[in-house]
Design a binder for this molecule. Structure first.
Ligand code: ASP
Ligand code: MG
Length: 460
């Protein structure tokens, strides 16, 4: 069996959904389980409605619910579903959903309380509607599609808003709910992103969590492959907004893809890969608008290649903190104390470089660093550099390549560099620059590493 997951943009309108149905049908022989996000924009709109209600603007929240979410879904039913009885059934189901959501918004507005538990429940409607719609669309194309509720399959802890799966329970449920459907030749269609805790209360896996759902389901059911369909051609050698002729990377290792996911490749949710890695299940990134393209295949080990660099990515909105102290550094336990401070402020550190008398750390931009800075200043003088970007050069052969640093920084002679780190994983070189230098840096490096590459089997 395989898992095929479609993101919100792949199901944003009727033609897109028809395309998705074609793709699912083309894979019937491989026994697909279909995992779907909410239609594009719906999760954001639901969050907005809930926030409006919590801010006492119930009327506005209701209007948005109708105009942005339900008008869109009613229109989708009209455009997509042919049989009038099917249309009618869906309209009735969605109207029921709308009434429930209106009650929820009312409740949120009178208490003014929007807990993550309530928000998860509100958000669940997005995926419940998209899956309902696509199931009927597949049935109209004579497919034996069966809608299942992921809350009966994925069991998580009760960390609402960012729940983590309980694998044993999830395996048991998936085996009893999904496996028999696959075995009898049916096509299960299930929601990404939503799940439930052991008490049956609705949870979500965090924004973008549908990819995670597909990896969890693929892992527990031992899928042959997990296909992640979105609106990009796969992982590219660089951001196509900066480098229009960026190449598609055909194959990547888990390790390489994980580095890229952390540093803003935007294609994958980083934790997505974990269940797949642990179970050695290949993940393929594909474009639902160009289904003939083979995309990017991510596997435990990629074929041997001499190519050193596979991709260049970056993440903007970075702040660098430099702490220097002749007093404390080098003394035992200093780093621990520093990291404890970041921990206390729930701030995660991306990059660290140290010398005997100073330590530099990069964090995501945060509007208020006062508390953090006050505590850090007890250890030495602290300087801040804002509006920075992390650039990450990834490739499994980086560890073997000679002269790579010279090639990288030789190209960037007039770009000020704030930090440099060659990752512990040895599959990346990462450094920090000013945001305004992102474009020329990425262009220069792409030119250095990819301009003379012909199609090598690795790129296209
Ligand atoms: N619909 C959810 C979100 O927008 C989950 C997903 O799309 O992966 O975050
Ligand atoms: Mg998504």
């Amino acid at each position: 069996m395989i898992v095929v997951k479609f993101g919100g943009t792949s199901i944003q309108d009727a033609p897109a959904i028809r395309n998705v149905c074609d793709i699912v049908i083309s894979r019937v022989q491989q026994k697909p389980v279909v995992v779907l996000s909410a239609c594009a924009g719906v999760t954001n709109a639901l969050i907005h409605c809930a926030e409006l209600a919590a801010g006492g603007k119930e009327h506005e929240a209701r209007n948005r619910l109708n105009d942005v979410i339900f008008d869109k879904h009613y229109e989708l039913i009209q455009d997509l579903i042919e049989d009038l009885r099917d249309q009618d059934t869906l309209v009735r189901e969605f109207t029921q959903f709308k009434e429930e959501l209106e009650h929820l918004l009312y409740g949120i507005s009178i208490t003014g309380d929007l807990s993550s538990r309530v928000l998860d429940f509100v958000l669940s409607y997005g995926e419940r509607m998209s899956t309902s719609l696509v199931t009927v669309a597949l049935q109209e194309r004579d497919q034996r599609a069966v809608l299942i509720d992921s809350r009966n399959c994925l069991v998580t802890n009760s960390m609402f808003g960012k729940a983590e799966p309980l694998i044993e329970e999830t395996t048991a449920k998936c085996e009893s709910v999904i496996r028999p459907l696959i075995d009898s030749g049916k096509i299960p269609v299930m929601q990404g992103f939503i799940a439930s805790d052991v008490r049956g209360i609705t949870t979500t896996l965090g924004r973008g969590g549908s990819d995670y759902t597909s990896a969890i389901v693929g892992a527990v059911l031992k899928a042959d492959v997990i296909e992640i369909w979105s609106d990009v051609d796969g992982i590219l050698t660089a951001d196509p907004n900066i480098v229009p002729n960026a190449l598609r990377v055909k194959e990547m290792s888990f390790q390489e893809a994980a580095e890229l996911a952390y540093f803003g490749a935007k294609v994958l949710h980083p934790s997505t890969l974990l269940p797949a890695i642990e179970n050695n299940i290949p993940v393929t990134i594909l474009n639902s608008r160009r289904p003939k393209l083979e995309g990017t295949s991510i596997t435990a080990q990629t074929a041997r290649t001499d190519v050193a660099v596979k991709s260049i990515s970056y993440k903007s909105g970075i702040t660098v903190l430099n702490i220097s102290s002749t007093r404390m550094l080098g003394s035992y336990g200093f780093m621990k104390k520093i990291f404890d401070i970041f921990n206390d402020h729930s701030t995660s550190v991306d990059l660290v470089t140290t010398s005997e008398v100073s330590v530099s750390l990069s964090i995501e931009h945060s509007p208020d660093l006062t508390g953090l800075l006050q505590q850090l200043e007890e250890f030495g003088s602290v300087t801040i550099q804002e509006h920075r970007a992390i650039v990450c050069i990834v490739g499994e052969n980086i560890k073997r390549e000679r002269g790579l640093a010279a090639r990288i920084f030789g190209r960037l002679l007039d770009v000020p560099i704030d930090m440099i780190s060659q990752g512990g994983s040895e599959t990346n070189v990462t450094f920090v620059i000013r945001e305004e230098d992102i474009s020329r840096t990425v262009k220069e490096l792409h030119d250095e590493f990819f301009s003379s590459i012909t199609v090598t089997g690795v790129f296209e």
